[in-house]
Structure formats: structure tokens, C-alpha cells
Design a protein around this ligand. Structure first.
Ligand SMILES: [Zn+2]
Ligand SMILES: [Zn+2]
Length: 202
């Protein structure tokens, strides 16, 4: 397993700005991986079910989790539940073992009172926040022991549903774009349509 110091630069590059929540996510992801005894997911060996949502503070947490675990939207081994909670479950798809990790309530409430979050509340983009504000907070996160800010649950075994990806494609008869067949629709006059061309609303 890679160390925090190895993963952090990759996370920064991927995430795009320096903030405290992204490294929190890296540490939480690594803690979950350590608990399950698993490595970074080269393909779909691991899955993440995240309870974060969108349009709330500290969503950057999930980019840290993605960087650490290798569970990404491209590989479709990550899912968001939009509970707007700072928690996620990591699943080992080989064994069915899973662990839920969340931020400790006291820690997170305190973090929301930080000068970084105050700046964000006032509308300052994260990349424009003075490094003199951001850096000490990031250093503090880096220095935290896992048990000081994470609740790491018991390892539980869950039942796995094995799904193989779809490889077959057809061109949409309307826009001509290549579409995987499990999302193509048949129109009443027998033409093949992608979702946008079919007018179908999910
Ligand atoms: Zn961020
Ligand atoms: Zn189309």
C-alpha cells in the first residue's frame, strides 16, 4: 500500500487546489484500505459507496478517497448516495469484506469553523485562499492520527453481485454516435436511438 506522502502529490495534481478536506479523504481512504488489507484498485477490485453529496462544504473529501483507493467514476466502482454525510464504505470485491469510515462528529464540526471554511462561505474560491490560512490547516490534517478524527467501523462481509461490463455497441440512427447497447432505445418505427435522441427521460 502506498503511504500518505506518496499519494498526496497525486491527489493535489488531480484535485487542483490545496484544501484540508482532500487530504482528509486520502487519509480516510488509506485507513479503510489498511483495515481491509487491500491495495489501490487497478481495476474493480475495490468499490466505494460514498455518503457525500453535492453542493455542500468539504465535498473535496471524495477526491482524496478516489485518489487513495483507485475507485473512480470512469471505472464505475464508486457510487454516491447523496446523504450529505462525511462517510463512505470501502468494499473488497474479492472477499465481500467492507468497512465504513466516517469523520468524527466533534472533529468535523470544529473543522467547519476553520478560517478556510469561513473564506469559502464568504465566496472565496479555494485556490485563492491565502496559503497562510490553508497550509497550517493542511499540515494539521497531515499530522493527525487516524483515531483522532476517523471512526473506522467493524469489518463486515456483504453479499457481492457480480456484473460484467457491456462491450457491444451500435450507432444511434439519429446522431450517429456510438452507444453501448444497454442504453439504446427502439423507436416505434424500428429505429435505434440513444437516450438524448429518443426523448426518453429517466
Ligand atoms: Zn478541495
Ligand atoms: Zn443519438
Amino acid at each position: 500500500m502506498k503511504t500518505f506522502d506518496e499519494v498526496f502529490p497525486i491527489g493535489l495534481e488531480f484535485h487542483g487546489h490545496r484544501c484540508p478536506a482532500m487530504p482528509m479523504g486520502i487519509k480516510a481512504g488509506l485507513a479503510a484500505m489498511e483495515r481491509l488489507g487491500v491495495e489501490h484498485s487497478a481495476d474493480k477490485e475495490l468499490s466505494v459507496i460514498s455518503e457525500t453529496g453535492k453542493g455542500h462544504a468539504a465535498g473535496c473529501f471524495l477526491d482524496g478517497i478516489m485518489t487513495a483507493t483507485g475507485c473512480t467514476y470512469g471505472k464505475s466502482n464508486i457510487e454516491k448516495l447523496y446523504y450529505n454525510k462525511m462517510a463512505f464504505t470501502l468494499i473488497d470485491n474479492k472477499t465481500g469484506k467492507s468497512v465504513r469510515v466516517s469523520l468524527k462528529p466533534d472533529f468535523f464540526e470544529k473543522a467547519l469553523g476553520s478560517p478556510f471554511v469561513q473564506q469559502r462561505k464568504a465566496g472565496v474560491p479555494p485556490q485563492d485562499i491565502d496559503p497562510e490560512i490553508a497550509n497550517p490547516l493542511i499540515e494539521k490534517v497531515i499530522g493527525l492520527k487516524d483515531e483522532m478524527f476517523l471512526d473506522i467501523g467493524e469489518v463486515k462481509t456483504i453479499e457481492l453481485k457480480k456484473k460484467n461490463g457491456v462491450f457491444e455497441t451500435k450507432r444511434c440512427d439519429f446522431c450517429g454516435e456510438v452507444t453501448f447497447v444497454n442504453k439504446l432505445r427502439l423507436t416505434p418505427d424500428g429505429k435505434t436511438a440513444c437516450i438524448p435522441c429518443s426523448g426518453y427521460v429517466e
